[in-house]
Each structure stands twice: as C-alpha cells, then as structure tokens.
Write a protein that binds this ligand. Structure first.
Ligand SMILES: *Cc1c(COP(=O)(O)O)cnc(C)c1O
Length: 380
C-alpha cells in the first residue's frame, strides 16, 4: 500500500527533493559545496526575512531551540514564555534544564496567548529574553507573532520565536515581525527529512552575540561560533551535506512558486480542510486555527484514535492524534509543504467523512468532499 503522510511533521517529501537526496555528496570543503552553501545561505536570509544571518545546525528543531537558550540567556537573566501547548512548554523545559526559571503566560489549549495579557505580564516584571511559538503544532493554533514580539521588544526583551511550523507556511518576515531569533526545522514547511535546525539571527541577536556575556557551557550549540562562520557562508563543523543539497532544491521549489503564493496555497488548503471536515460533523479544536496543521474534534461518539486508524488502513492517509492530555480527543491533519495538491484536501475530507460514518456518526454522504471542493473553487 502506498501511504501519504498528512502528519504535522515530518511531511511528505516532493520527488524533486528525494532526487536531490540521492546525489553523491560533494566534500564539504570543496568549491562545489561552498558555492552551493553560499547560495542556500543567501536564499535562507530572504526566506526568513532577515538582514542578519541564518545558521544551519545538524539537529532536530529542538536542537535549534536549545542553541537559542544556550547562546542568548545570561546567568540570572529573567525570562518569560508564552505557552499554550506542548511546544510552548518545550521552551520552559529547555530553560529549566539550563537552570532558568521562566515566567509563563499561559492560555488554555486551543487558544493563543493574547497580546494584552502578554504585555501586562511584561509590564509587571521586565524580562531579558522572551520566548514565543508562532504555530503551536500540538493544538493547530496560530499566535499573533508580530503583536507579541513587538510588545516584548518594546519592553526591552530579546525575542526568540519557534517558527518551526510557520516558516514557508504562514506570512513571516523575521525582521519586520520584531523577531530577533527564529528557530525552524527541516521536516516541516521546508519539506525535507528531519535533521536540520535553522536559526535566523536578526541584527539585534548578532549584536548580542558580539557583546558576549553568555554563561552556558555550549560548544556545538554555541551560535556565536556558528554565526561567525556563517558570515563567510561556512560552518564550523561538518554540515549535513545531503540535507543541504536537498534544501537547495526545496528552496528552488519555493522560489519558483514565490513565497507569497506558497503562503496563499497553505491558506487555501487549510480553509478547504476546515470547511470540509466541519460539514461532516468534525469541529475545530483551535480558536485561532493555523494553516500548517488542522486539529479536529470528531463527531460525538467517534473516538479520535479510531479515525486515525481508519484513515491509515482504508485510505492510506497517515494523520496524527493528540499528544499528552489531548490524546484520544483530537485528530491532527498536517498540510505543510508543496507535496500536496488541492485534490488532496478533497480526498482527506472524504476519508474523514467515511471514518465518521463507519464509526457510527450520522453524516450526509459526499458532503465533506463537496464542501472542500467548493471552498477551493471559490478561493481560486
Ligand atoms: C516539530 C516542531 C518542533 C521541533 O521538533 P523536533 O522533533 O525537535 O524536530 C518544534 N516546534 C514546533 C512547533 C514543532 O512543530
């Protein structure tokens, strides 16, 4: 059976990217690789929207998050985090591992932290470094990144944001959005296998690295070392050459379509999934749904885990369930990257409807796919 991933990462990899991965990797100190890496670096600066520098680490996305904590938080420096799910919580866990005790501004699962309460928390007690999540993958929720980042920056904080499931999915321009450090990973919107963490360092972040003052014992994760070499489009250690060849290809795919159109494409696809699924009795879990992942509550009486199983065994579609306290409560459909065609949204909605019907819900046959198709047509 051929399966297609509709998971919140890793995502389905386009054939072009798979072919790039099969190339014989050049040596990383060769002229060929240096030229390619210089080109990739330039394109990454554009994609992140920074006049600073993007550094590439061989790590999962969490490695990039840890590098940000290790490289930017000084001893006893007050930190704050906006948390409404598993990935927001990850910032607090990494900070705790480094001996910091962040203040947490929390919203309920499925909601986003609202800018006024965030600003009020920063007013009550200033923070040196503020941690945000743009798209909270565990609940399929989009945060108002720019408003939160501007509020933190206006109050003197350095702004660090997890953009793992928003880069190349949602409109994002790091410098304009007041984000000093933006962390991404390879296996989401960039449609590569897992293995690269990308960290966008804006001008304020670079200045701060220059100034020093960091006290964590980082070596590989020391972003100063990585940033210094990145200034010459180079890396301090052996880069993940094959993944960078693939990144070169996925950046080409994004640029051929144009990043704005890539954002619009994700918006149309997500809108089609939302409308189709809702027309067959699923409800949206998030009050502020992201275009990267759609979190759905099944019709009453239908178990979320059974929906995931049904789509995999009967339709060859791999979805995800909820994590931690959302286990058994929600189904998550991932739709990041360019390996998905509009027709896939119609097919997923049809399959969700089939699952609901098979598992005992009363639904009107054919309505979900039809609704998704109409949504796509009206958006075109
Ligand atoms: C996937 C993801 C990460 C990184 O997870 P890794 O498994 O370490 O790659 C971080 N933040 C968000 C919001 C994610 O979706």
């Amino acid at each position: 059976v051929t399966e297609k991933l509709f998971t919140p990462g890793p995502v389905e990899i386009p054939a072009r990217v798979l072919r790039a991965l099969a190339q014989r990797p050049p040596h990383h100190r060769s002229e060929t690789f240096r030229n390619l890496f210089a080109d990739v670096s330039k394109r990454l600066d554009r994609l992140f929207g920074t006049s600073g520098r993007v550094v590439v680490l061989a790590a999962s996305g969490t490695g990039g998050m840890e590098a940000a904590v290790a490289s930017f938080v000084g001893r006893d420096e007050p930190t704050i985090a906006a948390v409404a799910g598993k990935f927001g919580d990850r910032w607090t866990k990494i900070l705790a591992a480094y001996g910091h005790r962040p203040r947490v501004v929390r919203a309920e699962l499925g909601a986003a932290v609202d800018p006024p309460s965030w600003a009020a928390a920063l007013d009550a007690e200033p923070a040196g470094v503020a941690f945000l999540t743009h798209s909270e993958t565990s609940t399929g929720t989009l945060f108002d990144l720019r408003a939160l980042a501007q509020a933190a920056r206006a109050r003197g904080a350095l702004v660090v944001a997890d953009v793992v499931t928003s880069l190349a999915v949602h409109p994002l321009r790091q410098d304009d959005d007041a984000v000093d450090v933006a962390v991404a990973g390879s296996q989401k919107g960039l449609m590569l296998p897992p293995g690269l963490a990308l960290v966008g360092l804006g001008p304020r972040a670079l200045e701060r690295l220059e100034r020093g003052g960091r006290t964590s014992p980082a070596f590989y994760l020391d972003l100063k070392r990585a940033a210094d070499r990145a200034a010459d489009a180079d890396t301090p250690f052996t880069p993940a050459v094959s993944l960078i060849l693939a990144l070169h290809e996925s950046m080409s795919m994004i640029e051929e379509i144009g990043v704005e159109e890539v954002w619009r494409r994700h918006a149309r696809f997500a809108e089609a999934i939302r409308s189709g699924a809702q027309s067959s009795g699923f409800t949206l879990f998030s009050k502020s749904p992201a275009n990267s992942v759609t979190a759905l509550v099944p019709p009453s009486g239908v178990e979320a885990g059974a929906v995931v199983k049904h789509l995999r065994s009967r339709h060859g579609m791999v979805l995800a369930g909820g994590q931690d306290e959302l286990k058994g409560k929600i189904v998550r459909v991932g739709h990041m990257g360019l390996a998905y065609e509009p027709q896939d949204a119609v097919a997923v909605c049809g399959a969700l409807e089939d699952a609901a019907m098979t598992l005992g819900a009363t639904v009107v046959a054919g309505r979900a796919g039809e609704t998704a198709r109409k949504t796509l047509e009206s958006a075109a």
